[in-house]
Design a protein around this ligand. Structure first.
Ligand code: TA6
Length: 296
């Protein structure tokens, strides 16, 4: 049984024999759709998301690199826009590989995307003049979606960066959501003067929420999202020590022109795996790998 596949109009689409599918926009190598075998969309994408490359996609899985937020005091990244350039850049599709261990229910597909200093826009290169290459892989299986990033320093000087996968998970009703796996982790509360707090119990979303759990200490690096007591997502991290939990709620949703419908915040929660507190320092010739696996 074949993986159905297409690479057209700046998108790569793959459909497994069991029916699951994924769509990646070459702009930002942004996953914009992940559907289960019943055709149910698992990611949240704003109705007003720009998909023409004019701005970062509002939804799906935008890639944050080499800076999370803005870092005015960090000279190497201080000239970059919020969340860096990866989600605003045109990536190349490098190819696909599919594996079928025992049969159609085990068939999976891995799609590779590339961005490097050779393909980066000149304007961006002048803001961040490092020699690098990134391979971003999206792997779809009947049970999960994984995204992994390998960042290689091809230059002669160390590169200090932050990286994060800004995943918008789709939920039915945010008021019924509980996030577990972050118990006892310290977090920076960005809606309360960036105070450092400690998480006790599950995380519920009852208003604008913007927290950087650093490090996220949960057992086996797993964070679970439950709706009415039933786990709907599990996010397992590999070499990504932090988790950001974000929901814009009413006011911030109203203030984002590309966030539609305005009450769409009730249908999404961002569970973002990354390394965003402090800087990963990559020596010349070295490579950094980080990944997440989202099971539904
Ligand atoms: O991940 C949380 C966050 O850093 C929030 O502070 C908010 O800015 C969000 O990202 C969205 O940022 P964006 O640049 O995509 O509008």
């Amino acid at each position: 049984p074949q993986v159905n596949f297409s690479h057209a109009n700046s998108r790569v689409t793959a459909v497994l024999p069991t029916g699951e599918s994924v769509v990646i926009l070459l702009y930002g190598a942004t996953v914009i759709s992940w559907k289960n075998r019943f055709g149910m969309e698992k990611l949240w994408l704003s109705d007003a998301a720009k998909l023409d490359g004019s701005k970062a996609v509002r939804g799906g899985i935008p890639l944050v690199f080499p800076v999370f937020g803005t870092a005015p005091d960090h000279a190497p990244t201080s000239k970059l826009p919020q969340h860096g350039f990866a989600r605003n850049s045109r990536w190349e599709f490098l190819g696909k590989s599919s594996s079928e261990s025992a049969g159609p229910s085990d068939t999976s597909v891995k799609l590779d995307f590339g961005l490097s200093s050779n393909t980066l826009e000149d304007g961006v290169k002048s803001q961040w003049p490092y020699t690098f290459s990134i391979i971003y892989s999206v792997t779809l299986t009947p049970e999960s979606l994984s995204t992994s990033i390998v960042i290689t320093n091809d230059g002669a000087e160390p590169i200090d960066f932050q990286v994060l996968m800004h995943t918008y998970l789709r939920v039915n009703d945010i008021s019924q959501i509980q996030v577990t796996g972050l118990e006892d982790s310290e977090y920076v509360d960005k809606v309360d003067a960036a105070k450092t707090k400690s998480q006790s119990g599950a995380v519920a979303i009852t208003g604008e929420t913007d927290r950087v759990y650093t490090p996220a200490k949960g057992p086996s690096n797993a964070v679970a999202v439950a709706e009415e007591g039933e786990t709907i997502f599990t996010v397992v991290r590999d070499n990504l020590k932090d988790v950001v939990v974000w929901n814009p709620w009413t006011e911030k949703a109203a203030g984002m022109g590309d966030f539609e419908p305005k009450d769409g915040f009730k249908k999404m929660i961002c569970i973002e795996a990354g390394s965003v507190n402090g800087w990963v320092s990559l020596d010349p010739g070295d490579a950094f790998e980080g990944a997440q696996t989202i099971s539904d």
